[in-house]
Ligand binder design. Structure first.
Ligand code: URP
Ligand code: ZN
Ligand code: ZN
Ligand code: ZN
Length: 464
């Protein structure tokens, strides 16, 4: 099956230019002026529109068992929602229970992901340490297309990695040619601050940000950067939410360390006033970690993105419905942490970033796909519109508008942190693996059509 996207402006990370894009099967086969299409090719008119690489969301949690429940979106509904928003690939997380073998967890997640409608690949979390973990990290890199390992420095008494685990796992990652990543929050401090707040009778969602102030995040970011610096490993810090963490990244990079930072669409746009809302469902709907911050931190994150010290944008898509959030009605520490966004990331970042002049369209491509593809080693298969790349393309209508609402979204959970926001600049068509999966509001996602994307190690992998 051939498909041609005619008359648009192709936007890649390095430049924008007028060109047609011809796809054959699941590949882009030509990008150029006035291309000839085979007879019978499907034609998409992109005149007046941009043609960009499909978005890569490097941080999602579909079907995640977490805090006593399981996220509302599974791999089908979550990836389908992504396709509706122009995101064609997600990087999700295998999170073994402490003591669970990594490979067992990995295969569990691969089973859940088989129903995905869009492409997917996995970071694997290191939640405990043993010789077996050391060995299975090698198997994952060698045989299962994993090149990144995640470490939660928060969530004490659950999945938190202590310093011994961080050091041993970072060192093993380096040996394997994989990149360590961290959720940077000091889990011990969070735990103690939570206990203090509960003891003072402060039990509602407004306590959530008080238990996780910026310094708690910055301590962990600095610690992870120091460990990576000593061991000479690269480091990717997920959901950087505050100026202090960004400053730590900026300093490390200026000193020659290879440290990457991720910003969440939510952290860029939503501020911490949401936690003061007296409506429990509303405030709890925004409970995620790290929490939303003040506008001052948001400004810093935008500057970090533009200035090149933050590299990717993600969502941490992790949806829970009101009934699930209600588990923490009397104790904010029991509110399942997480918010959605996979459907809205591209549009809200375009609207706030490109329409305001903060980002150019090419910078938008960098932070929504190309940088993630490069950092996680799937470039140029993903993250660029060029011959030989996967036919994952979003046709972007800069004049199109949409008012975001949980009532009309494809994602589950019945809540949207961007509720009521009207965005200008939306996908008109999403092409995934050469097939039109979304067109002008109509979603044609197919359960099971997504493919696992193997991510090669950053160096040849030895046998041990
Ligand atoms: O609150 C969040 N972010 N939930 C998902 C798990 C994580 O920490 O990324
Ligand atoms: Zn296996
Ligand atoms: Zn996290
Ligand atoms: Zn997460």
């Amino acid at each position: 099956m051939s498909l041609i996207i005619r008359g648009g402006t192709v936007v890649n990370a390095d430049r924008a230019f007028r060109a047609d894009v011809l796809c054959d099967g699941d590949r882009i086969v030509a990008v150029g002026d006035s291309l000839e299409a085979p007879a019978g090719a499907q034609v998409i008119d992109a005149s007046g529109q941009y043609v960009m690489p499909g978005g890569i969301d490097p941080h999602t949690h579909m079907n995640l068992p977490f805090m006593g429940t399981v996220t509302a979106d599974d791999f089908f509904t979550g990836t389908a929602a992504g396709l509706a928003g122009g995101t064609t690939t997600i990087i999700d997380f295998v999170i073994p229970n402490p003591q669970q073998p990594l490979l067992e967890a990995y295969h569990q997640w691969r089973g859940w992901a088989a129903k995905a409608a869009g492409d997917y690949t996995f970071h694997v979390a290191i939640t405990w340490w043993s010789d077996r973990v050391h060995e299975e990290m090698g198997v994952l890199v060698r045989d299962h297309g994993v090149n990144s390992f995640k470490h939660f420095m928060a969530y004490k008494n659950a999945i938190m990695a202590d310093d011994e685990t961080l050091v041993k796992s970072f060192r093993r990652s380096l040996e394997l040619g994989a990149i360590p990543t961290v959720h940077a929050e000091n889990g011990e401090l969070v735990y103690q601050l939570q206990r203090d707040l509960l003891a003072r009778g402060i039990t509602g969602p407004s306590a959530h940000p008080l238990s996780r102030p910026p310094a708690v995040e910055a301590e962990a970011a600095n610690r992870a950067i120091a460990i990576a610096g000593v061991l000479e490993t690269p480091l990717y810090i997920v959901h950087v939410s505050c100026k202090e963490s960004l400053d730590a990244i900026t300093r490390a990079r200026a000193a020659g360390q290879r440290v990457y930072g991720e910003a969440l669409a939510g952290h860029l746009i939503i501020d911490d006033s949401v936690y003061q809302n007296p409506d429990f469902d509303f405030a709890a709907g925004h409970v995620m970690s790290p929490p939303f911050r003040s506008k001052e931190h948001q400004r810093a994150l935008w500057q970090g993105l533009r200035g090149g010290n933050l590299h990717t944008t993600a969502t941490d898509h992790c949806t829970f419905c009101a009934e699930q959030k209600a588990a923490g009605r009397d104790d904010f520490t029991k509110i399942p942490n997480g918010c959605g966004g996979v459907e809205d990331r591209m549009a809200v970042i375009w609207d706030e970033g490109v329409n305001s002049g903060l980002l150019t369209p090419s910078e938008f491509v960098k932070v929504t796909s190309a940088n993630a593809a490069q950092i996680f080693n799937i470039y140029p298969r993903k993250g660029v519109v060029q011959a030989g790349a996967d036919a994952d393309v979003v046709v972007w209508d800069p004049a199109g508008t949409r008012t975001i609402s949980a009532k009309t979204q494809f994602a589950k959970g019945g809540f949207n942190v961007f509720e009521g926001r009207t965005v200008k600049g939306i996908p008109s068509t999403t092409v995934a693996a050469g097939k039109v999966v979304f067109h002008r509001g109509e979603l044609m996602a197919v359960e099971g059509a997504g493919r696992h994307v193997d991510r090669p190690a950053f160096k040849p992998v030895s046998a041990s």
